[in-house]
Design a protein around this ligand. Structure first.
Ligand code: MTE
Length: 315
């Protein structure tokens, strides 16, 4: 197991866990404390042990695994490169430009994002296209809340995302071997982006997002393969046409624009029917083997987005 190097963020910049917690949860706790039964119903927490859309009850992956086994090619192509090589990356100050086909284009600082949007903890199953998976407690807010703020025009059909380019701080963007074209880009259809499951994350495990996981702001779309979860976002653009997607551009026969988790459509070089849960059990490569679920188990919430589409063509 690689050594964990904490990101170089001053302790004063790390927001305490309480500030991240859903204000509604805090409010609910306060109301419950006063014994107001009727009011507390409004803020009722999910039943303990019951799986909800946002809290899977499967065992949570260890923080060490989730923060040291990563894909973030800007810091290198090895799984432990992001944690080893991201110490010089500066996630603050940070500004995100949100524009394109919108009424109110704007540039928003990460501090305002933290302040203005209601942060929630969401425990999501995550499935990588490389057939491994994790269960991660994210801190973030619905992408739709940010979209509402800029007011997309009727002509907007897609949302395009772009990662920062900083060769001086991202050693994978420097040097002779460039594994991908930069900036890393990806996109969603607008109705996918508006699905309540799609979030922009600013933290995990109750803490600020470490550099290797995409600080200070990254996309999390739990029914899609992990590569759609674009990290360290600096630009969000509403467009009329389908935006480019880095992995689709680099190998269109292997990675589609939609990238919905689908055990019935194999990657040309490996099966997608099962997955290896990192940190669980033994297994040949370390990690229990389990069956992969359509839409990564979120079919009830998202299958309707694709009704009438042939998902073997639109993979
Ligand atoms: N975003 C950028 N900018 N660069 C990348 O290389 N890798 C993607 C995605 N987002 C990647 C990225 C892939 S392939 C995966 S599986 C997830 O990030 C991994 O996220 P995690 O390391 O937080 O688990």
């Amino acid at each position: 197991m690689p050594v964990f190097h904490p990101p170089k963020i001053a302790a004063s910049e790390i927001t305490p866990r309480a500030l991240y917690l859903d204000r509604r949860t805090l409010l609910g706790a306060a109301v419950g404390g006063l014994g107001l039964a009727a009011a507390s119903k409004v803020f009722a927490a999910p039943l303990a042990g019951k799986e909800t859309d946002y809290k899977v009850t499967e065992k949570i992956t260890s923080k060490e695994d989730a923060t040291s086994y990563n894909n973030f090619y800007e810091f290198g192509t090895g799984k432990d490169d992001p944690v080893r090589n991201s110490g010089d990356f500066k996630p603050t100050p940070w500004r995100v430009e949100v524009g394109g086909l919108v009424n109110k284009p704007q540039v928003i600082g990460i501090d305002d994002i933290m302040k203005d949007f209601v942060m929630e903890e969401r425990i999501y199953r995550m499935r990588c296209v490389e057939a491994w998976s994790m269960v991660i407690p994210w801190i973030g807010f619905p992408l739709s809340a940010l979209l509402d703020r800029v007011e997309p025009l009727g002509s907007a059909k897609y949302v395009a995302f772009e990662t920062v380019v900083r060769p001086d701080e991202m050693p994978g963007q420097k040097g002779f071997f460039q594994p991908l074209p930069w900036p890393y880009v990806d996109g969603l259809r607008l109705d996918e982006a508006r699905n309540p499951l799609a979030i922009l994350a600013t933290g995990l495990y109750g803490e600020t997002l470490p550099n290797q996981n995409g600080a200070p702001l990254r996309l999390v779309v739990p029914w899609k393969y992990g590569f759609k979860g674009i990290k360290s976002i600096v630009k969000i653009t509403l467009t009329e046409n389908e935006p480019p997607c880095t992995w689709n551009k680099s190998a269109a026969n292997e990675y589609g624009f939609y990238a919905n988790v689908n055990p019935a459509v194999d990657h040309p070089r490996w099966s997608q029917a099962t997955e290896r849960r990192i940190g669980e059990g033994g297994g040949l490569f370390g990690g229990a083997r389990m069956n992969t679920l359509p839409f990564n188990g979120y079919g009830e919430q998202v299958a309707g987005l694709y009704s009438g589409m042939d998902l073997t063509v639109n993979f």
